[in-house]
Design a protein around this ligand. Structure first.
Ligand code: G3P
Length: 218
C-alpha cells in the first residue's frame, strides 16, 4: 500500500520524505488555506515546492465546478510538474472533466467520494485515483471501512485500474484496516504515520538493550 501524506505543510512533507516511506502528497483547498497560501501565484508556487520535495504524485485540487473551468485550471496545474494529479470533485461536471483529462493522458484524483456508486462512476470515466473519505463517514456513524471493502470488490470484479486512495484517514487503525482490505493508497496526517511506530514493548526492550550494553561496557 502506498503512503501519501494529506497536508500542504512543507516541513511535514519533508519529514515524511526523509523517513523514506513517502509515495505522494494530497492537498485540498482547506489544507492550503490552513498554511495561509492564497492567490493563484502563491498557490502555484506552493504546489511546485511540494513537487520539488516528494518523489511521487501530488494531488492539486481545482476550485471551479463547471467543466470549462476545471479543464482550464487542471491544464495549468498539470503543466506545473509531471507529478501533479488534478483533483476533481465528484459532481457531474467533474465526471466529464475526468474523462477529458483521462483522454489527454493527465492523471486525476476524484475527491469527495462517499458511496460505491460514485467510485464506480469515477472509474468508468477513467480516474487514476478515487478518494473515499473514511473519517468523514465515521464522523456520521457510518462505517467508512465498509466503503473501502465495497469499492475493492467492485474494482476487482471488473479489473478497473483506478486506484483506491483511502482519504480522510485519521489514525493508525485506519491505516492498518486499509492495508488489510487492500486499498492501493492511504493518505493521512503525519501523526497517523508516526503512531504506527509506537509500541510500549519496543520502548521497554530498547531501554533494556541499551542499559545492558552500558553495564557490560563500563
Ligand atoms: O484530502 C481529503 C481528506 O483526506 C480530508 O480529510 O480529515 O479533512 O476529513 P479530513
Amino acid at each position: 500500500m502506498k503512503f501519501f501524506i494529506d497536508t500542504a505543510n512543507l516541513a511535514e512533507i519533508q519529514e515524511a520524505q526523509d523517513m523514506g516511506i513517502l509515495d505522494g502528497v494530497t492537498t485540498n483547498p482547506s489544507l492550503m488555506a490552513k498554511e495561509g497560501i492564497a492567490g493563484t501565484d502563491r498557490v502555484m508556487a506552493h504546489y511546485k515546492a511540494i513537487c520539488d520535495i516528494v518523489d511521487g504524485d501530488v494531488s492539486a485540487e481545482v476550485i471551479s465546478t463547471d467543466f470549462e473551468g476545471m479543464v482550464r485550471e487542471g491544464e495549468l496545474l498539470a503543466a506545473l510538474d509531471p507529478k501533479i494529479v488534478v483533483k476533481i470533485p465528484m459532481i457531474k461536471e467533474g465526471v466529464k472533466a475526468i474523462r477529458y483529462f483521462s483522454d489527454q493522458g493527465i492523471k486525476t484524483n476524484c475527491t469527495l467520494i462517499f458511496s460505491a456508486g460514485q467510485a464506480l462512476l469515477a472509474a468508468k470515466a477513467g480516474a487514476t485515483y478515487v478518494s473515499p473519505f473514511i473519517g468523514r463517514l465515521d464522523d456520521i456513524s457510518t462505517d467508512g471501512m465498509a466503503l473501502i471493502e465495497s469499492i475493492r470488490l467492485i474494482f476487482d470484479n471488473y479489473g478497473f485500474e483506478t486506484e483506491i486512495l483511502a482519504a480522510s484517514v485519521r489514525h493508525s487503525m485506519h491505516i492498518i484496516q486499509c492495508a488489510e482490505i487492500g486499498a492501493d493508497v492511504m493518505t493521512g496526517p503525519l501523526s497517523a504515520i508516526h503512531a504506527l511506530l509506537k509500541h510500549p514493548l519496543t520502548d521497554i526492550g530498547l531501554e533494556k538493550f541499551l542499559a545492558d550494553h552500558k553495564k557490560a561496557n563500563s
